[in-house]
Design a protein around this ligand. Structure first.
Ligand SMILES: [Mg+2]
Length: 425
């Protein structure tokens, strides 16, 4: 959430101003302050925490309405649109058909709190629908949350762009530099969300995403809030930026922000395969095996990839070398026939090698190529090879032997037993 709030604060002094469109501007001016984007992002975060990870539509929407109204009334002058202010000040809290970008500026918590892209998208839609139930506003919120979800699950830019274009129909190919020439900002989702996504896609680091978004002009606080919320899922936010955020919000907001960040951090740890393997390696108990399998399951459902070292015929390697350095991921082409590599253990068993990242693989062998493939594919491939003992994850580091028996149970979703031989390794 730091990313969203930082973007809002930086963008606040440039909103709908007739200033030069450039990335070279002062991040903070005397006028920099948090606005409605921050207030409502925190309101949504609080509502989603209250509704819990599997809250149903009715519960989630009730929590949302309550919190949006309460936060709105607590900060009535944070710069809302007229219609939205009338909604939270009035007595009738029915959705009012807005297609403004208020839905997308406040959605970021939905991108962080859930384990699958389906659930993320569903909850993101609900966060919009309580007020902004126009299809464009629902789509904008869903798209921003989806980008956050994909980016924090290590999808690369090209894949994110492809997914968002396919699912939401946004045009994302024009660069920020090009957009700047004729962009006329307004406060609609349709005319801010794709631009903010583009600022995220071409950013070199967190700050660059913010600068790219603000450089477009128009609704700069919301553009930067959205771009910042997405960039946070991909880049580190400098500690001094986080400090600026803490210094510029109220103590109560700061407390809520801290609570929310703690929850997100706990969730991230639960999903972290490396951390769970590390814990399991220390003791090899069933209690610590389950978190490994859960983390793998979450990563599998999130569409995450394993990186598989592959063997290629000499001539294909020679061809590839012109384009891709050894030790990198190659795209799978139809005429390419990579063979998965296996690794033998001392007992003579053969294991398919899989790595959670390319750098894990390159720890010992940077002379190979990798293909990225969904975790579920790898596990199923292993089951189809008769003499394959299982998958060894991160063979050169802290490794995890995912035995054939465990994979079978894992894929059929039964509770696994710790095998004696697993415990000994
Ligand atoms: Mg604002």
């Amino acid at each position: 959430m730091y990313g969203a709030i930082f973007g809002d604060i930086v963008g606040s002094s440039y909103e709908f101003r007739e200033t030069e469109k450039t990335k070279l501007f002062r991040l903070f001016t005397e006028e920099s302050r948090f606005t409605d984007d921050t207030v409502m992002s925190l309101a949504v975060a609080k509502a989603l925490i209250e509704a819990g990870p599997s809250g149903d539509e009715k519960t989630v929407k009730e929590r949302l309405v309550d919190n949006l109204v309460n936060f709105g009334r607590s900060f009535p002058d944070a710069g809302y649109g007229k219609m939205f202010k009338a909604w939270f000040m009035g007595e009738n809290h029915e959705p009012y058909g807005s297609f403004g970008n208020g839905s997308a500026m406040r959605v970021s918590a939905a991108g962080w709190l859930f384990d699958s892209v389906e659930r993320t998208r569903e909850v993101a839609r609900w966060t919009a629908e309580v007020t902004h139930n126009d299809p464009e506003a629902v789509k904008g919120a869903e798209a921003v949350a989806t980008v956050i979800f994909l980016a924090r699950n290590d999808w690369n830019n090209a894949t994110i762009q492809h997914y968002i274009q396919r699912e939401f129909g946004y045009e994302l190919t024009r660069s920020i530099e090009d957009l700047r020439k004729d962009y006329e900002g307004d406060a609609t989702c349709a005319n801010t969300v794709p631009q903010a996504i583009r600022a995220f896609l071409e950013a070199e680091d967190f700050e660059d995403a913010i600068r790219g978004a603000v450089s477009l002009g128009g609704d700069t606080d919301t553009l930067a809030c959205m771009a910042g919320s997405m960039a946070e899922a991909k880049f580190e936010i400098p500690e001094e930026f986080k400090e600026e955020v803490r210094d510029r919000i109220t103590p109560n907001m700061g407390k809520l922000l801290l609570d929310y960040e703690n929850i997100v951090q706990k969730l991230e740890e639960r999903r972290d395969v490396l951390l769970q393997i590390h814990n399991f390696s220390a003791e090899h108990s069933k209690e610590l095996l389950m978190p490994v399998l859960n983390a793998l399951d979450i990563r599998m459902k999130a569409g995450c990839l394993f990186f598989m070292p592959v063997e290629l015929p000499e001539e294909e390697t020679a061809k590839l070398q012109e384009k891709f350095p050894k030790g990198s991921v190659i795209p799978l082409a139809r005429d390419l026939h990579p063979q998965r590599r296996s690794i033998a253990t001392n007992d003579g068993k053969r294991w398919l090698a899989a790595f959670t990242s390319v750098s894990e693989g390159n720890k010992r062998d940077a002379e190979t190529y990798y293909v990225g493939e969904p975790i579920g594919f790898t596990l199923q491939a292993c089951m189809q090879i008769a003499d394959c003992a299982g998958v060894v994850i991160n063979a050169w580091g802290e490794r995890f032997f995912f035995t054939r028996e465990m994979i079978e149970i894992f894929l059929s979703k039964k509770e696994p037993e710790v095998q004696d031989d697993q415990a000994e390794r």
